[in-house]
Design a protein around this ligand. Structure first.
Ligand code: HPA
Ligand code: ZN
Length: 341
């Protein structure tokens, strides 16, 4: 298939996005517009100079910039516009289901009320449900570079909005902040009815993936690239069909891998792991869902069978109710069958 045909083919696949930080969908143009409206100066004097700073050697260099960008978000309207823009974009890419992360501490630590953040995000998600028939789940992430006590305080602040939140996650600086630091707050979160996921094995070692499974008791691993370093872990992930939400463009941008050709997703699929593809922080890493599928398919020469498996896996790994899940998986299969004829 040539590039144009492959892009068109990927466009048509019904897709689910399960690993997306809403603050990471903040496009520079919108960041400047909102900064201006809120009377906040950015360190960068133009969109061009900001974009030039998007060169990262590791996760931390990215996070430093990501937290600066998020500082211009003050009002419910800002969170709403950020989220709505993301949803419009992925709707145009035939994404039919999203599970979105937000980082409350990035905002509450600046004095923004939890309610302001969640109301803005949630109203946009509801609009996408009404207008696009897009289903959604919302995941609150604890920042792992902050303390366990701070995560407990965040859990407490979330309780009045519990009905709006489906799960908790763990993100930010991985190295030096192992999952075990958050074992108690994850247990407390589960007691409140939240589902559990965690970033692990992006930059961190396989031990962090084991800890996420055994100590945090997560139902999905975000990233998990490093699992191939440990055969027993691969076996465990396969046996329990624990999803791995991979983000190929993110991995290249943050130098988790040196080039796309080294991405482990094909090996993972071939081993029977429940691997899926997502965009992580698309405004920073050069692409949304379609671009992640396309660049991966091209670099690894993925077959139709691989692409179909990726699309099915994402629905399988989602928190959709069983009937909707089945319906979406059937739609994926029908799409591949129709296009092959
Ligand atoms: N990894 C860890 N934390 C994050 C990321 C990521 O890719 N994006 C936003 N927070
Ligand atoms: Zn992430």
């Amino acid at each position: 298939m040539n590039s144009a045909d492959l892009k068109k083919f990927i466009q048509g696949i019904p897709k689910a996005e399960l690993h997306l930080h809403i603050e990471g969908s903040f496009e520079p143009e919108r960041m400047f517009e909102i900064a201006h409206r809120n009377g906040i100066g950015l360190e960068y004097d133009s969109i061009t100079s900001l974009k030039k700073a998007y060169q990262f050697n590791n996760l931390q260099e990215f996070l430093d910039l990501y937290y600066i960008g998020a500082q211009v978000l003050l009002h419910e309207r800002d969170f709403y516009e950020l989220t709505w823009a993301y949803l419009c974009k992925v709707h145009s890419q035939n994404v039919v289901h999203v599970e979105v992360f937000f980082d409350p501490q990035t905002h509450t630590d600046r004095g923004i009320a939890f309610e302001v953040v969640i109301s803005g995000i949630y109203k946009a998600l509801e609009r996408a449900k009404d207008e696009f028939n897009m289903s959604f789940r919302l995941i609150m992430s604890y920042l792992r570079h902050l303390s366990e006590a701070a995560a407990f305080a965040t859990l407490e602040s979330s309780l009045p909005y519990k009905q709006l939140i489906d799960g908790v996650g763990l993100d930010s600086s991985e190295l030096g902040n192992p999952p075990k630091k958050f074992a108690k707050v994850f247990a407390a979160s589960a007691k409140q009815g939240y589902q559990l996921v965690a970033h692990a094995g992006e930059e961190g070692p396989v031990d962090y993936i084991w800890e996420a499974l055994d100590l945090l008791k997560v139902v999905r691993i975000d990233h998990g690239n490093r699992c191939l370093d440990d055969e027993a872990l691969v076996q465990r992930l396969c046996d329990d069909q624990i999803p791995l939400t991979l983000c190929p463009l993110s991995n290249v941008a943050l130098k988790v891998i040196q080039k796309m050709e080294e991405h482990p997703v094909k090996k993972m699929l071939d081993k029977g792991l429940l691997a899926t593809i997502h965009s992580d922080d698309p405004a920073y890493f050069g692409g949304y869902m379609n671009e992640n599928y396309y660049e991966t398919a091209k670099a690894l020469a993925l077959t139709d069978a691989h692409l179909m498996q990726l699309a099915i896996n994402a629905f399988e790994a989602s928190w959709l109710d069983p009937e909707t899940k089945e319906r979406r998986i059937t739609e994926v299969k029908d799409y591949f069958r129709a296009v092959q004829v």
